[in-house]
Write a protein that binds this ligand. Structure first.
Ligand code: TYD
Length: 213
């Protein structure tokens, strides 16, 4: 199974809650606008990105539900996002930056909550599989990695926690390990950021990232 290729370029931002990805994503989109002025940039997020996806996000982040229901709704929102936003943009040669994508389902529903990786693989194949045996994946995934305890301390300084942000340290350690497992299995796609560094140092690293766009 290889990754589907399009004229556009697809980047996802990932990491456990509190890792700091949201701090950098807007600035990163602006950096790409300056660096590639001829390319259109689409900044989007999961769960969400479409009207239906944002409605599903409200449910997913707030309503208690069965684990398999949660995974199915994540992938249902993703299907809508792909069909309505991501694939048309990539076909039109745009750069898509998504705040989370499928790695988050493996990390949170798989690593965190314990859904079997086989089921997640099947959903990934169903939702992102193409007719020519390829699978739609980001060209680049920037993973903000840090220990769960540091992320927890950072999270406690901000707003009211959603359903996932309320989970305990062990949950976030499992989420982190699953992100790292996915990254090790696909080092060509992943760029791991040491998120324990200061924001300035992290930003300098992102500015230097070479992007074969
Ligand atoms: P997040 O991206 O952290 O947004 P915000 O910065 O506004 O809190 O929140 C999305 C939450 O959804 C996050 O806790 C991870 C979770 N999530 C999953 O559990 N599975 C998924 O497939 C996705 C995309 C997100």
């Amino acid at each position: 199974m290889t990754t589907a290729s399009y004229p556009g370029y697809f980047i996802s931002f990932e990491g456990i809650d509190g890792a700091g990805k949201s701090t950098h994503i807007d600035a990163f989109a602006n950096l790409l606008k300056q660096r590639f002025p001829e390319r259109k940039i689409v900044l989007t997020r999961e769960p969400g990105g479409t009207e239906l996806g944002e409605q599903l996000r409200q449910l997913l982040l707030n309503a208690p539900m069965n684990l398999e229901t949660e995974a199915l709704l994540m992938f249902a929102a993703r299907r809508e996002h792909l069909v309505q936003i991501i694939e048309p943009a990539l076909l039109a040669g745009k750069i898509v930056i998504s705040d989370r994508f499928t790695d988050a389902s493996f990390a949170y529903q798989g690593g965190g909550r314990g859904l079997s990786i086989d089921k997640l693989n099947a959903l990934e194949q169903w939702v992102q599989g193409k007719q020519n045996q390829t699978i739609l994946q980001p060209n680049l995934t920037i993973l903000f990695d840090l220990p769960g305890s540091i992320a927890e301390a950072r999270r406690s300084k901000v707003r009211t926690p959603d359903k996932f942000e309320q989970m305990d340290l062990d949950f976030f350690e499992r989420v982190r390990q699953e992100y790292l497992r996915r990254a090790k299995a696909d080092m060509n796609r992943f760029h791991i950021v040491d998120a324990t560094q200061t924001q300035d140092v992290i930003w300098q690293g992102l500015e230097l990232l070479s992007l074969p766009i």
